[in-house]
Design a protein around this ligand. Structure first.
Ligand code: ZN
Ligand code: ZN
Length: 70
């Protein structure tokens, strides 16, 4: 009589750096070049693309910086 499953290790999950964000988990906003805001006519306007943050979470890896390898 054997005990199935006991002591059997799951193989380690294979991951790789996210190619979209190069492993950072976020993407520098291309609209504002990471600044988050513009200064037109001596006023401040926040970048609509990144909500003034200058970067946004990578959709491809959801901010993790890595993706599973199939
Ligand atoms: Zn932006
Ligand atoms: Zn990513």
């Amino acid at each position: 009589m054997s005990i199935l499953g006991l002591g059997k290790q799951q193989p380690p999950l294979k991951t790789k750096d996210c190619p979209e964000c190069e492993g950072k988990g976020y993407i520098i906003c291309p609209e504002c070049d990471g600044k988050g805001k513009f200064y037109p006519f001596n006023s401040i306007s926040y970048c609509y693309h990144c909500n003034g943050k200058g970067k946004y979470t990578c959709d491809n890896c959801h901010g993790l910086g890595w993706v599973k390898v199939n």
